[in-house]
Design a protein around this ligand. Structure first.
Ligand code: ADP
Ligand code: MG
Length: 616
């Protein structure tokens, strides 16, 4: 049989490689930014059009390339960063594979301009789908500019696979932030469709974090610093009271390279053990420096995992140093989103324990003073336990009142959800309801009984309420006594601007919209003041993660997200009245059978079904 194996032509090989290296516009952003950093630039501009689908351009003031290199850089395995295999174990650059530019040029229209400092003139090259279209000598400033247009122009399937602009932009912003955080000394700017999204002058790390994540971030940060033989750790973690519900701002950098590590994340979480509420996520910006020969980054080009020689030691050191920092900065009590006082009590005890030494060592205590008894007594009494006493008392009283042990802490749920259930507004048709496992509500109906999932049912009720408000434009809002100042990043501010009209229709009143914050003077009736920032934060992250794609419209996504954040959760005890209102509210809905996320909200059991079960 004749031989059938052939070497693939370069442009085909490049296109195949591109499938691995370039998954979306954000991959191009990452590669170009990293090349600019490797070229020792001090000023890097990122310019994006249509979430990178039309244009990704990076302009730097770095080393530039010679005429020969300008042409060579588009070849596969063409790199100036390593020469021999050993170099792989002492990497000081981001790139080393020499495949990014070849891959990008295979699937886009690329225009490159580059000039070295010492040269008079520079080179301008145009490549389209691996074909060199032109090469010219040009008058250019020092540095390099890559403009990548019409990504995937020759692979329509990939192009169609791209997500909405909001989602693709989110990916780009993520990549940009990772590079910008890894190099706070470099001046980065970022423009999207002509408007400036980030302007980050070279600065300290702390200032860089604040510039990216808004001015309010500063007060949240606790510095972490540790130097050992195997690792140097630097950076910041957030105070526990600023923990978020989503894992937005968590960054590890190893030797200035952004990495993901479930294992190290676990070490951070272990340091917060006992001071965060379940599910809450701290922010962290942690920079590990290790000898280059103790890590292996020689993995897949788009992956961000890394292998360490001594992972266990890193884990222990990281955990200990964060714990130490949190301890030093006098960790405040946890901000309890659901205000579940069952959880408050143990935290409070914890605090009291921690404070014991200061109570014992009372510097002002003078045994010879006349009023010693009073003085001592009053300082002893100070740690304001009044509210706790009350709540303990209420709890006990309730327990004895409802001796069935149904955990019916009505005062608690009123605080959390009081405004969510408007007494008397819904026609009272359910007269008896019973909550089981703080999750389901059982009620009797004509044909038998109904079992309602409280969380999903409430999501449905709220979802329809929000939708009606938004489409009929007649939301009522509650005026705030003191307007709320809420800070957001520039990306979030852009989204808020887009959503403003819909948000106003749900009942938000915007007093002012500034560059990095908004002032809210009114909120929807079914939201409490303490929930506002959380609801908005969740909404923005839902929209950026792509909920819109499963939704019909912007209004629909907003209604879904807000219903999700505001609905009573599984595990929340409800009063009988609240249970009744919820069940009645659900059955007054247009589509009571499913939650906004298409999950069943209730099941029924007919009397006959029950009869059958008893007939043996
Ligand atoms: P790698 O970064 O892995 O070396 P790339 O394909 O990204 O591979 O780049 C190929 C080469 O092109 C680099 O090694 C570098 O010499 C050169 N290069 C790329 N971008 C720039 C830039 N912005 N400034 C100067 N040189 C660059
Ligand atoms: Mg590169």
């Amino acid at each position: 049989m004749s031989s059938i194996i052939q070497l693939l032509p370069d442009h085909v090989a490049n296109q195949i490689a591109a499938g691995e290296v370039v998954q979306r516009p954000a991959s191009v952003v990452k590669e170009l930014l990293e090349n600019a950093v490797d070229a020792r630039s001090t000023d890097i501009k990122l310019i994006i059009k249509d979430a990178g689908k039309a244009l990704v351009q990076v302009i730097d003031n770095g080393l530039g390339m010679s005429v020969t290199d300008a042409r060579l850089c588009f070849e596969r395995h063409a790199t100036s960063k390593i020469r021999k295999a050993e170099d792989l174990f002492s990497l000081h650059t981001k790139g080393f594979r020499g495949e990014a530019l070849a891959s990008i040029a295979a699937i886009a229209h690329v225009e490159m301009k580059t000039k070295q400092d010492q040269e008079e003139l520079g080179t301008q090259i145009i490549v389209e789908g691996s074909k060199f279209v032109s090469q010219e000598v040009a008058v250019l400033p020092k540095g390099t500019s890559f403009a990548v247009k019409n990504l995937f122009f020759n692979i329509p399937a990939r192009r169609n696979f791209l997500k909405s602009d909001t989602v693709e932009l989110r990916h780009i912003v993520d990549e940009f932030q990772r590079v910008a955080l890894a190099h706070p000394n470099i001046y980065f700017t970022f423009y999207h469709n002509g408007s400036e999204m980030f302007n980050l002058p070279g600065s300290s790390l702390r200032q860089r974090i604040v510039n990216i994540f808004s001015g309010k971030t500063n007060q949240k940060l606790v510095p972490v610093q540790e130097e050992t033989e195997i690792v140097t750790i630097q950076g910041f973690v957030s105070k526990p009271e600023f923990a978020k519900k989503n894992r937005g701002e968590q960054f590890f950098f190893v030797n200035d390279r952004y990495i993901k590590s479930g294992y190290l994340h676990h070490a951070v979480m272990a340091a917060y053990d006992g001071i965060l509420k379940d599910g809450a996520q701290p922010s962290y910006f942690l920079y590990l420096t290790v000898p280059p020969n103790t890590i292996d980054i020689n993995i897949h080009p788009t992956k961000t995992e890394i292998k360490f020689d001594d992972e266990h030691a890193l884990y222990a050191i990281l955990r200990a140093s964060i714990k130490h920092s949190l301890g030093q900065f006098n960790v405040a009590p946890v901000l309890d989103f659901d205000r579940d006082s069952n959880l408050d009590t143990p935290y409070h005890y914890k605090d009291l324990k921690g404070a014991t030494p200061t109570i014992q060592v009372d510097g002002s205590f003078n045994p010879f003073s006349d009023d010693k008894v009073n003085k001592h007594y009053s300082s002893y009494k100070k740690p304001e336990p009044t509210s706790n006493w009350e709540s303990l008392y209420v709890g006990l009283k309730q327990d004895s009142e409802f001796s069935t042990g149904s955990a019916d802490f009505s005062f608690e749920s009123e605080e959390v959800t009081g405004s969510l259930f408007n007494d008397g507004e819904v026609e009272q048709t359910v007269h008896s309801a019973y909550q089981i496992h703080k999750k389901y509500i059982v009620s009797s109906i004509k044909s038998g009984m109904v079992i309602v999932d409280q969380q999903r049912a409430h999501q449905r009720v709220l979802y329809e309420q929000f939708l009606i408000n938004m489409t009929v434009n007649q939301a009522s809002s509650q005026q705030l006594l003191f307007p709320l100042d809420l800070f957001f990043s520039s990306v979030e501010m852009e989204l808020i601007e887009e959503l403003k009209l819909s948000l106003v229709n749900t009942g938000f009143v915007f007093e002012e919209t500034k560059k990095d914050h908004i002032v809210i003077s009114g909120i929807p009736v079914n939201v409490t003041e303490s929930e506002v920032s959380l609801v908005l934060e969740q909404l923005l992250s839902d929209l950026q993660d792509g909920i819109p794609e499963s939704s019909f419209s912007q209004n629909d996504s907003i209604a879904k997200s807000m219903a999700k954040s505001l609905a009573v959760k599984t595990g929340t005890p409800l009063t009988v009245k609240e249970q009744e209102n919820l069940v009645n509210g659900l059955f007054a809905c247009k589509e009571p059978n499913v939650s906004p996320f298409q999950k069943p909200t209730f099941i029924t059991m007919r009397v006959e079904d029950l009869d059958k079960k008893f007939a043996i």
